[in-house]
Structure formats: C-alpha cells, structure tokens
Design a protein around this ligand. Sequence first.
Ligand code: ZN
Length: 103
Amino acid sequence: MSAYMIINSDYAFRAKKRDFTSQHPWCARCGRYVKARARTVDHIIPMSIFTGSPESVSNWQMLCDPCHKHKTAKTDNKIFENNLRFAFINAKSLNMKGSACQV
Ligand SMILES: [Zn+2]
C-alpha cells in the first residue's frame, strides 16, 4: 500500500466517523445532546476482542467524552481482571501438576 493510499484511506475513515457522529448527535449512554467537537465514535465491542473491521458501523456508537472515558476505564479494568484470573488459573494448574515441566 502506498503512502498516498494510507493517507487517503485514513482521510476516508475520518470522514466516515464525522458523518456517523453528525447523524448520531446524542450520547448512546447518557442520552445528552453532544456538541460536534466532543463526540467520540466508540466501538461497542472493544477492538481487542472484536473480530470485524474497525470500520464496521454496526459496532459503532456515539459517546460523549465523559461516557467514553468511563467506558474505557471500565473495559481496561475488566481486561486487567481477566488477565489476572487467567494468570491465577495457569499458576493453579501448574501447582496441581506439581511441576511446570512434565514434557
Ligand atoms: Zn454521555
């Protein structure tokens, strides 16, 4: 992909987001009308677990800045908790086998 195509596709992506937020001026979480500059396109299912394209509009919602920050913080905590749980389960399963090296 050439630099021109990357810049052009980034421009198209931003234009698509701008169109989306202009069609959805109310925050999907708190329901308030949001000024154009404070509108954020949020991925309903976080991109860390969503298997589709980041440009998939069916996974978009418009959130105001405070709601987006709140959701992001909550999602980050959930990912941290899941990683911790996974590490704990792994450690526990290794202990049950009595050794980490049984190959
Ligand atoms: Zn909001």
